[in-house]
Design a binder for this molecule. Structure first.
Ligand SMILES: [Zn+2]
Length: 125
């Protein structure tokens, strides 16, 4: 059994991790192109594991599972938020949806573009 994964994941260069594949599946590229919503900050590292974002493709700004809940104005509550690397998001992130987290992908010029977790459509019709 152990050699099965050894063969699959052994002797590889840095490639897309499983956690990154899960994030890729969330991407709404059409909406991202419309919204052009860039992260206001450029976090240097993951708040949870301190991994540098310098070689990361994604980060998630979102709620962390198992953190103290605080009340929010709409009467619900939410936990603490953090800038998470893909691996930490997979382990501890609540989700990439409006209210729980936003997914950002690095652009060629080094900014971070929101790829998922957009606000609800702004039509009041
Ligand atoms: Zn991390």
């Amino acid at each position: 059994m152990s050699s099965f994964f050894g063969n699959l994941f052994g002797n590889k260069k840095r490639t897309t991790t499983q956690a990154e594949v899960l994030l890729e599946e969330l991407i709404d590229r059409e909406r991202a192109d419309q919204e052009k919503q860039f992260s206001a900050e450029s976090p240097a590292r993951c708040d949870l594991c301190s991994k540098s974002f310098s070689a990361e493709r994604f980060f998630v700004d979102g709620e962390v599972k198992g953190t103290p809940q605080v009340g929010v104005p709409d009467g619900t509550s939410m936990g603490q938020w953090a800038n998470m690397c893909a691996g930490c998001f997979q382990a501890r992130g609540v989700g990439v949806v409006w209210g729980s987290g936003q997914l950002y992908e690095r652009t060629p010029n080094g900014t971070w573009l929101m790829m998922a977790g957009f606000p609800p459509p702004k039509n009041d019709a």
